[in-house]
Ligand binder design. Structure first.
Ligand code: NAI
Length: 318
């Protein structure tokens, strides 16, 4: 099988000075892409900054014969990172929103600054980078985005309320980018990785970490960001050689007549139906829910003669 290549493409990897970001950057650099290695070079709690983290990775890519340039801005100034790609390489094809920090603390003890910093780096940072890349993607009718979620976001995690909120935000963000980007061949996917890094080295035993090399996350990201890949709007768990896709599942649910009989007691009486997954559905958009209502409800016209059209518009009955 021939190697997946990225020749002539420009890839921006945020937080590429260590951990997963470094692994992505080295991989793209070795497969023909020009890489912007962004890293603020702070601690895993988001303190301090240094140019060293990004510089070391740029040197590694160049030493192996690849093309790379460093950027030291915070992802919250994502426009400057994309500008580095345009100034040095004239384009941007792939954006890997990877930079991240932790501020773990129980919800009881959480302070505004723990919350704000996590939301700023993960949510605003991913937004700022994607927003700055978007006009280039649209114009060239091509773009690939990877956003980084976490199991903590998908399922919740003790002491990580801020991080969980930020990481699940990446799912909604990705799903909408995928929808808005479809017409322009811009694909966005989101991964919940697991890998040994400075972020996980204090919470997992060494023998487990040994089997969770960042390199084992790279192949999926490479596949999803390749020009031939048509996947978009999808969620993946990836790590230690395992790759799996996740999706939303909805119980067939309880459908009662929306009138005076629709009371708390009426729901309680048929509570089992609410969480009955024996005949599930796999919704992918708001329209799925609207369609379900449309089927079940007979909506009459209002006093202006309008009726609700479940495709999102108010239609006049004529
Ligand atoms: P890491 O701490 O090794 O790497 C993160 C990098 O982002 C660091 O080099 C750091 O300097 C950089 N960074 C932090 N704030 C930045 C900012 N404002 N601007 C630019 N760069 C910044 O951590 P790791 O494990 O490689 O994490 C990468 C991503 O994967 C993060 O988004 C993390 O939340 C996510 N993740 C990692 C998991 C794991 O098992 N390692 C699990 C789930 C999610």
């Amino acid at each position: 099988m021939s190697e997946l290549r990225y020749d002539g493409q420009v890839v921006v990897v945020t937080g590429a000075g260590g951990g997963l970001g470094r692994a992505y950057a080295l991989a793209y650099g070795s497969r023909g892409a020009s890489v912007v290695v962004n890293d603020l070079g702070g601690s895993f709690k988001g303190e301090g900054n240094s140019t060293k983290a990004a510089d070391v990775v740029v040197d590694e890519i160049k030493a192996a014969g690849g093309k790379a340039v460093a950027n030291y801005d915070s992802v919250t100034d994502g426009d400057k990172i994309i500008e580095t790609a345009i100034k040095n390489f004239g384009r941007i094809d792939v954006l890997i929103n990877n930079a991240g920090i932790l501020r773990d603390i129980s919800f009881k003890n959480m302070k505004d600054q723990d919350w704000d910093l996590i939301i700023a780096v993960h949510v605003k940072g991913s937004y700022k980078c994607a927003r700055a890349a978007w006009p280039y993607f649209r114009k060239q009718k091509y773009g690939r985005v990877i956003n980084t979620a976490s199991a903590a976001g998908l399922f919740g995690s003790f002491g990580q309320c801020n991080y969980s909120a930020a990481k699940l935000a990446m799912v909604g963000f990705t799903e909408t980018l995928a929808k808005e980007g479809a017409k322009y061949n811009i694909h966005a996917n989101v991964i919940a990785p697991i890998a040994a890094s400075r972020m996980t080295q204090t919470v997992m035993p060494p023998d487990v970490l040994e089997n969770l090399k960042p390199d084992w996350v790279v192949p999926l990201v490479a596949v999803l960001t390749h020009k031939d890949c048509q996947e978009t709007g999808s969620i993946y768990e990836v790590g230690g050689g395992h790759v799996a896709k996740l999706r939303w599942e909805r119980s067939s649910g309880l459908l009662l007549k929306a009138d005076d009989t629709y009371t708390p007691g009426a729901i309680l009486k048929k509570w089992d139906k609410v969480s009955d997954y024996s005949n599930p559905e796999y919704p992918t958009g708001v329209a799925d829910f609207m369609g379900l209502l449309e089927k079940s409800m007979k909506m009459g016209p209002n006093d202006k003669g309008e009726t609700l059209n479940f495709k999102g518009k108010v239609a006049l009955i004529t």
